[in-house]
Design a protein around this ligand. Structure first.
Ligand SMILES: *Cc1c(COP(=O)(O)O)cnc(C)c1O
Length: 546
């Protein structure tokens, strides 16, 4: 329970001297050991929570929690000392947060992180560098450029000479760190937009004159972005923000393996090209779809894009780190031909929130989003803020750079291979159980399945469209309920999503989705999760006529 602060007898007041003390590193032994004790409390107190508590349950309903947090006045006087605040966070907040580090939490792309990440993140906070400009970051900016070259090389594999030329080149930009994958995708499409609608005689460029003037100057009425129907919703957001309009995201059908249908893609492109009043801003390949983990045929897409001279963006927010695995990097073949690539650090680089990245094959592409100001990021400087959607930002590159030193790409490869291989084992287990149906087999480490009792599965094969619809509706209800009840029980967590099965106007089916990235998640744990789902199903739905 939250402690009632009003009953605290000792009233605290804001005074200059104690305020000043909070800015100074304590030199006396007592103060030092107090601060050390606090750090220990954070590391091990919070860790205790991560070991014992479970997921998002109604044990303490969100609504009730909400009632406790309705005070809308800022407190004038200090309420608590640091020690009490830390204790509160550990005892009153952490237990009601979600234990994403549990090996039984296999529903989302947020999972356990190595323990050392807390140390690295603490260093970033302690240094408090601002990477927007050299004057507030100095060496961190060059460390960041070096790391960008390393990740760029992981993706694009250019020559030694190329990286020697660009690694610390103040004029060129291989990529940028940004808050998250969403903003990385926005950045990629921002650059693509400015490249396409660039300045020309009589026109100052879309960045300067806006979309309306740009369409007039280029004699078009509309721009579109082409991507498979499994795209992340950040693509739509990006098109909204950039003035393209999110209805101009054209979702192409998938083939039977949930990859973009190449025939359909070419058809859309050639149709659009016949209408010369519509432009194509970009074609996007997905390397690890959020819902199914599937990877589009990147090489084929790259070839089509090069033939039609269209910007090819790869959204590898999830799958990008697979490139570190010699065993599985071939799944992403063709990514080296992309014009731009998004990767998230807070997903399969196992970093704490948040770290998005976007990389450009051509180190001059980001010139189209160059900004200067008089007091920072002056022309000619090497400030990283010159070509970035963000202004101030933290030195998150120090975390990733250090993590790569600690783990090596080989260490990351082991984690990624564990995820993929455990997902395949899980798929076999699902196939072997009568109650379940594997819906999308894993290509990387995500799979979807659903509860589908044999009699219903058989009926689905035999019956007509209308009846199938009805059966699927019932299955959807079952799967939704079982997922909810399992979450509620608080032992394990898989997520659910809705997929469209079959092409155009296919049936909407609710599936259970599991993401295997926690190295502690074993096939044994996954079997227990299925056992629990069977138990829930048989105790809640057995009486139904199925
Ligand atoms: C997670 C994800 C994103 C968005 O990333 P955020 O970091 O959540 O903004 C975009 N695309 C794909 C494929 C993703 O998996």
């Amino acid at each position: 329970m939250l402690k009632d602060i009003k009953s605290n007898p000792k009233k605290l007041v804001a005074d200059w001297q104690s305020l000043m003390r909070t800015f100074i590193r304590p030199e006396d032994d007592a103060a030092r050991s107090t601060l050390l004790k606090y750090m220990e409390q954070i590391l091990f107190g919070l860790h205790e929570f991560l070991r014992t508590k479970v997921g998002f349950t109604e044990e303490q309903p969100l609504k009730e929690l909400g009632y406790r947090f309705t005070d809308t006045c800022l407190n004038e006087n200090p309420e608590k000392k640091l020690a009490d605040v830390i204790t509160d966070l550990i005892e009153d907040i952490a237990p009601y947060a979600v234990n994403v580090a549990s090996p039984y939490f296999v529903g989302h792309m947020t999972s356990a992180i190595p323990f050392f990440m807390v140390h690295l993140k603490t260093i970033v906070a302690a240094l408090n560098q601002n990477v927007v400009k050299l004057e507030t970051s100095k060496v961190v900016s060059v460390v960041e450029k070096q790391l960008q070259a390393k990740i760029h090389r992981l993706i694009f594999q250019k020559s030694e000479d190329f990286y020697r030329e660009h690694v610390q080149n103040a004029e060129t930009t291989l990529g940028t760190f940004i808050e998250d994958g969403t903003l990385a995708n926005v950045t990629a499409l921002w650059v693509a937009r400015n490249k396409l609608l660039s300045p020309k005689p009589g026109f100052g460029g879309v960045e300067a004159e806006g979309i309306h003037a740009a369409y007039k100057a280029y004699d078009i009425d509309r721009l579109i972005v082409i991507v498979s129907a499994l795209h992340h919703y950040s693509i739509k957001k990006a098109c909204g923000v950039l003035g393209i309009g999110n209805e101009n995201v054209i979702a192409v059908d998938m083939d039977d393996n949930n990859r973009i249908d190449m025939e359909a893609l070419e058809k859309v492109i050639s149709q659009i090209r016949e209408n010369n009043r519509t432009g194509i801003l970009a074609v996007i390949g997905i390397a690890g779809a959020t819902e199914t983990g599937t990877v589009d045929p990147l090489k084929q897409m790259a070839m089509v894009c090069s033939r039609y001279r269209v910007h090819f963006h790869v959204d590898a927010a999830w799958g990008g780190p697979t490139l570190m695995s010699a065993k599985y990097r071939h799944i992403l073949d063709g990514i080296e031909l992309a014009d731009s690539v998004t990767i998230d650090g807070h997903k399969q680089f196992y970093m704490p929130m948040t770290c998005g990245m976007v990389y450009f094959r051509d180190p001059t592409h980001m010139d189209s989003v160059r900004y200067h100001s008089n007091y920072v990021i002056r022309p000619g400087s090497a400030d990283l803020g010159i070509k970035s959607l963000a202004g101030s930002r933290e030195a998150v590159s120090l975390v990733l750079d250090s993590a790569l030193k600690i783990m090596g790409t080989q260490g990351y490869a082991l984690l990624i291979e564990h995820g993929i291989e455990t997902a395949h084992e899980f798929a076999d287990e699902i196939r072997s159980r009568k109650l379940f149906q594997l819906v999308t087999p894993p290509e990387l480490n995500i799979l979807t399945y659903r509860i589908c009792p044999e009699p219903m599965a058989e009926k689905l094969v035999r019956t007509k469209v209308e009846e199938r619809y009805e059966i699927n509706e019932r299955l959807n209800h079952i799967n939704m309920s079982v997922q909810r009840m399992q979450r509620e029980a608080g032992k394990s967590f898989v997520s659910r999503t809705t997929l469209t099965k079959g092409r155009r106007n296919g049936e909407k089916i609710i599936v259970l989705r599991s993401v295997i990235m926690n190295p502690m998640t074993t096939i044994e744990i996954l079997r227990q999760i299925l056992d629990e789902q069977e138990d829930i199903f048989f105790s809640s739905f057995r009486s139904l006529d199925i």
